[in-house]
Write a new protein. Structure first.
Length: 236
C-alpha cells in the first residue's frame, strides 16, 4: 500500500538512460513512478492507471508524443509535462495546443524537472480549491451562458460545451470578474500559476479556442473581448 497522499507520475520516454534517471529522481522525491517506453504503451497506461501527472517525450516510437497527448486529453484532465529536444517556438505552441500544460526543453537538470512537476501539481490543487465546491457552487450566468464551477460544466444556448481544463478555468475566472480587463501576464499568473514559465501566447491560444466554441462569430466576439494593448475581458 502506497503512503497516504503519495502522488503518481507516469513517465513516457523511449530513451532508457533518461527514463531510468527520471524514475530514480522522482522516486527519491517521494513520488510513485510508472514508466512506459513507447507511445502506445504510455497512452494505455495513462488511461488505465489514472496518474496524477504525465511526463511525456514528444519523440516516441509506435505513437507520436503529440498523438499521445491528444488521446490523454480527450479522456482526462491529467496535467501533462512535455519533454522536447526541439527548441523552435512552433513546437512549444503546438504542444500546448494539443493539451499539454507545460514543456521542458532538453537538456534539462533533474532539479528543474522535479520543480516543474511539483509546480504543476500545486497548480492543479489550487485550481480545485479556487473553483471547486469549497468556494461555493453558485452557477455563473451570462446571456445564453451558464458556468457551473462545482460540476465544471458549461452550457451555451441550452447545450453543454466540453472544455479543456484550462479553457474552463479561464472562462470561469473572466466571467466571475466580468467587465474587468486582465493582462496576459495576469491571466498566466492566475490560471496557469505564479511559477508558470511559458509565454503569453498560451493565453491567446486558449482565448481563440474559447471563442471558437462559444462565440457565434469567433472573429468578431461579443463577450470574450480583446482590449488592444492591454489584455482580455468578459463583457456580457
Amino acid at each position: 500500500m502506497e503512503p497516504s497522499g503519495q502522488r503518481t507520475v507516469l513517465i513516457i520516454e523511449d530513451e532508457h538512460t533518461l527514463r531510468r534517471a527520471l524514475s530514480y529522481n522522482l522516486n527519491q522525491e517521494g513520488f510513485r513512478v510508472l514508466t512506459a517506453s513507447d507511445g502506445i504503451e504510455g497512452r494505455d497506461l495513462a488511461l488505465s492507471s489514472s496518474p496524477d501527472l504525465v511526463v511525456l517525450d514528444l519523440m516516441l516510437p509506435k505513437l507520436d508524443g503529440l498523438d499521445v497527448c491528444r488521446s490523454i486529453r480527450h479522456e482526462a484532465s491529467t496535467p501533462i509535462l512535455i519533454l522536447t529536444a526541439k527548441a523552435e517556438e512552433v513546437d512549444r505552441i503546438v504542444g500546448l495546443e494539443v493539451g499539454a500544460d507545460d514543456y521542458l526543453t532538453k537538456p534539462f537538470s533533474m532539479r528543474e524537472l522535479v520543480a516543474r512537476v511539483r509546480s504543476l501539481l500545486r497548480r492543479v490543487q489550487l485550481d480545485r480549491q479556487s473553483l471547486g465546491p469549497a468556494q461555493g457552487s453558485a452557477v455563473l450566468l451570462a446571456p445564453d451562458l451558464a458556468v457551473d464551477p462545482a460540476a465544471r460544466k458549461v452550457t451555451s444556448k441550452g447545450r453543454e460545451v466540453p472544455l479543456r481544463p484550462k479553457e474552463f478555468d479561464l472562462l470561469a475566472f473572466l466571467l466571475k470578474n466580468r467587465g474587468i480587463v486582465f493582462s496576459r501576464d495576469a491571466l498566466l499568473e492566475r490560471i496557469w500559476g505564479y511559477e508558470y514559465s511559458g509565454d503569453t501566447r498560451t493565453v491567446d491560444v486558449h482565448m481563440r479556442w474559447l471563442r471558437e466554441k462559444l462565440e457565434d462569430e469567433p472573429s468578431s466576439p461579443k463577450c470574450l473581448l480583446t482590449v488592444r494593448g492591454v489584455g482580455y475581458k468578459f463583457e456580457a
